[in-house]
Write a protein that binds this ligand. Sequence first.
Ligand SMILES: Nc1ncnc2c1ncn2[C@@H]1O[C@H](COP(=O)(O)OP(=O)(O)OP(=O)(O)O)[C@@H](O)[C@H]1O
Ligand SMILES: [Mg+2]
Length: 288
Amino acid sequence: MLSKHERTNVLIEALPYIKRSLGHIIVVKYGGSVMLNDSLKQNVVDDIIFFSCIGLYPILVHGGGSKINFWLSKLHIEPIFRNGIRITNNVTMEVVEMVLTGKINKELVTLININGGNAVGLSGKDGSLILSQPLDIEKMGFVGNIVNVNTKILSLLISNFYIPVIASIGYDQHGQTYNINADLLASRIAVALNAEKLIFLTDMPGILLDINNLATVIQTLDVNEASQLEKKGIISGGMIPKVHSCVNALKHGVAFAYVIDGRVPHALLSTVLTKNYYGSMLLSRKTR
Ligand SMILES: Nc1ncnc2c1ncn2[C@@H]1O[C@H](COP(=O)(O)OP(=O)(O)OP(=O)(O)O)[C@@H](O)[C@H]1O
Ligand SMILES: [Mg+2]
């Protein structure tokens, strides 16, 4: 139990962090892997509302891998991944769009709004947000590359203090729908809007040196170290697009990128408003 004095200190210690981030955009990728626990989901929503209340501009981009798998299994469709990206045929594309935009996006928007926030849900089709093209139709099906992120609708929303909640669905000029990796989308949005921070909430304690040893979290790594780890196969599966996204964001002016443990209550708040973060921080270059 904190004393009265300690409580006041907690608030005052947050002041420099609030001042630094005031008026800045924070893009959060909320992984489907950490959406299954309701109390943790409530924590994430509270943190996002907290940011919005103190004058930061949070944008939430969400995944939904496990829920998509759940609905695919009802149709007896086996999910197939290549380098952490879901191979997407016609039926899978329909399920992905329904689950992401119809279910997860609306659940998150509702949760934010009934807790006093002001969220608006979007997919890449709304406001022409994400123009896509196929990555490799033969090998990956309707997995989309991001051709353009049209930030007009996002700027309009955040300048009116709405919290955009984005499902990673894109489309092309013929109206074809694409499954966009939410990690890559979060990074592109962070770059396009000149965000201060890009934060990935996932189901691991951070980026691990040894995936079988949870105590091997890499606290800080730079862009070069990250590509070495990928070459050595230490970063694999769903961690690959996350690390690529961090590297891309840092190379294009985002100041801070993190992969943090979404299973820790209020890990997001801690990363933004204290000196502690639960996971890995990626830097452009380490100062030695
Ligand atoms: N070096 C590593 N350190 C930590 N995790 C790793 C590493 N290499 C691979 N991974 C894998 O990356 C996974 C995280 O990516 P995953 O795509 O599953 O989750 P997510 O992106 O949070 O969720 P979603 O894709 O549903 O939005 C971990 O569960 C882990 O198995
Ligand atoms: Mg993923």
